[in-house]
Ligand binder design. Structure first.
Ligand SMILES: [Fe+2]
Ligand SMILES: [Fe+2]
Length: 217
């Protein structure tokens, strides 16, 4: 059997390879005005996603019996709640009403599904959200920051200084959970399958999101 540390490393590398060229939410080649529109759409969606992350973690905490991992989740919940308020305030400063956007079905479905996964074993749940999801979020934020630096430097600074460091910590919770718990071939296979499931669902949401932004909807 693969040692759990080696397993986590190789699963992380496989996920990263899977995601190459699949974060279609932002187009680095787009002219500045279109890029800014894509960034603002990401920020508006971020308000929704951060709040749903709070709800998701609250729903999961009672279903994470492993104390060492459960103890890390309230801190993550707190971070996501702070991110929600930070992004709302930034949109308000930009003259936008953060309450003026209806939930988009692709993201609503993703979070509804994640909440419904609450009873799955911890190594599957945390493979879904913290390990696969949050790691991809970090890559997505790195891209967002790089593409926002010239067209919206204040938002880039907000993400760089006050959101991204927390998201790296959340991805670390996923790595820690899988390192601790994926100590049998069965658990490793289940965690790997959970990552694939999550990656495919998130990619579906990204594609729907981008199509909507391109339509100007
Ligand atoms: Fe967050
Ligand atoms: Fe997070």
């Amino acid at each position: 059997m693969t040692d759990s540390r080696d397993f986590v490393r190789s699963l992380g590398a496989d996920n990263a390879a899977w995601w190459a060229d699949r974060d279609v939410r932002l187009d680095p080649a787009a002219p500045p005005a279109a890029r800014l529109a894509q960034i603002r759409a990401r920020m508006r969606q971020g308000v929704y996603n951060e709040l749903r992350s709070v709800e998701l973690i609250a729903a999961w905490i009672p279903h994470v019996p492993e104390k060492e991992i459960r103890d890390l989740l309230p801190g993550q919940l707190d971070d996501e709640h702070r991110h929600y308020h930070l992004l709302r305030r930034r949109l308000q400063d930009l003259g936008q009403d953060p309450d003026d956007y209806p939930p988009l079905p692709e993201w609503e479905a993703l979070f509804d599904w994640l909440v419904a996964c609450r009873a799955r074993p911890t190594w599957e749940k945390l493979a879904l959200f913290q390990f696969a999801g949050e790691t991809q979020s970090c890559d997505g934020f790195e891209t967002l920051i790089a593409l926002a630096d010239d067209v919206d430097p204040e938002s880039a600074a907000l993400y760089r200084g006050q959101i991204l460091p927390d998201e790296y910590r959340h991805a670390g919770i996923g790595r820690r959970a899988l390192t601790l718990l994926c100590d049998t071939p069965e658990r490793q296979a289940a965690a790997r399958a959970a990552c694939r499931e999550m990656n495919e669902r998130v990619f579906g949401a990204y594609r729907a999101h981008r199509a909507r932004v391109d339509r100007g909807a």
